[in-house]
Design a protein around this ligand. Structure first.
Ligand SMILES: NC(=O)c1ccc[n+]([C@@H]2O[C@H](COP(=O)([O-])OP(=O)(O)OC[C@H]3O[C@@H](n4cnc5c(N)ncnc54)[C@H](O)[C@@H]3O)[C@@H](O)[C@H]2O)c1
Length: 251
């Protein structure tokens, strides 16, 4: 098992990519803190891990609050004695408007979770890992590299995550803390349920992918497990596309 005795926090662990990664981490021997703003879904993830003989705890967090994220890290270290892996993964999409019609509140709401939440996670985890080293993994998006219509706050926040990953890796290298990111393409999770519920739209979007389908959260989790493990010991300061090549060709 590649994560034996590692202690990991996963934000957004109640659903989608976070939930799939929590299950994979637990199967690789990690003690997993499933952190989510939604206590019911977080508890469900943790319960399945425990039923399967793994170690997990659910903790409620709102990643848009620095205090809440600091408390999450403090509670984790209090419970398990250390923190080895921080997966800053919680994220939301924005209401669709052109930039000139985008409500200012909607911009701030999106950036608060997707961008500021990652900063708070890097800062709190970096402090907790200073003596021990560790790995911080941030969820960006191919939308941190490529623009689409009516997505301005999401693009702003995910573009920031790409750059924050590089900047933090530089600052934290002296503590033997690696900081990397993932940039998923279209993945079949709750965040795209609005499209999923409309089969015509969903089919059209899937057809636009390189091999005509969305990815699964498990396909992303496989990459995150690798990045978190010692197998990835020389990977640092990069954001890796998990998108079946979507960011590599013009549609
Ligand atoms: N699914 C995709 O196509 C796709 C593509 C690129 C990037 N992403 C990113 O992947 C990450 C995970 O999303 P997903 O696809 O699994 O979607 P999801 O909606 O299934 O999961 C997101 C989880 O984050 C939690 N969350 C939302 N706001 C939170 C907050 N303030 N504090 C704590 N938890 C919060 C939700 O309750 C949910 O459990 C997000 O950062 C998202 O932007 C997803």
């Amino acid at each position: 098992m590649s994560l034996s005795n590692k202690v990991a926090i996963i934000t957004g662990g109640g659903s989608g990519i976070g939930r799939a990664t929590a299950h994979r981490f637990a199967r690789e021997g990690a003690k997993v803190v499933v952190a989510d703003v939604n206590p019911e879904s977080g508890e469900r993830t943790a319960a399945v891990i425990k039923e399967q003989g793994g170690e997990a705890a659910c903790m409620v967090v709102d990643t848009s609050s620095a205090q809440s994220v600091e408390s999450l890290v403090r509670q984790t270290v209090g419970r398990y004695g250390k923190l080895d892996i921080m997966f800053n993964n919680a994220g939301i999409s924005n209401e669709r408007h052109s930039v000139i019609d985008m409500p200012v509140e909607e911009y701030h709401r999106t950036v608060a979770v997707n961008q500021h939440g990652v900063f708070y996670g890097i800062k709190a985890a970096g402090n907790a890992m200073k003596e021990t080293g560790g790995v911080i993994i941030n969820t960006a998006s191919i939308y941190g590299w490529l623009a689409d219509h009516h997505c301005f706050p999401y693009h702003a926040s995910k573009g920031a995550v790409v750059m924050m990953t590089k900047s933090a890796a530089f600052d934290l290298a002296r503590f033997n803390i690696r900081v990397v990111g993932i940039a998923p393409g279209l993945i079949d999770t709750g965040i795209v349920s609005e499209w999923r519920e409309r089969p015509d739209v969903w089919n059209k979007i899937q057809k636009a992918q390189m091999r005509g389908r969305a990815g699964t959260p498990e396909e992303v989790a496989n990459v995150v497990v690798f990045l978190a493990s010692d197998q990835a010991s020389f990977l640092n300061g990069h954001v890796f596309g998990v998108d079946d090549g979507a960011a590599s060709f013009k549609r």
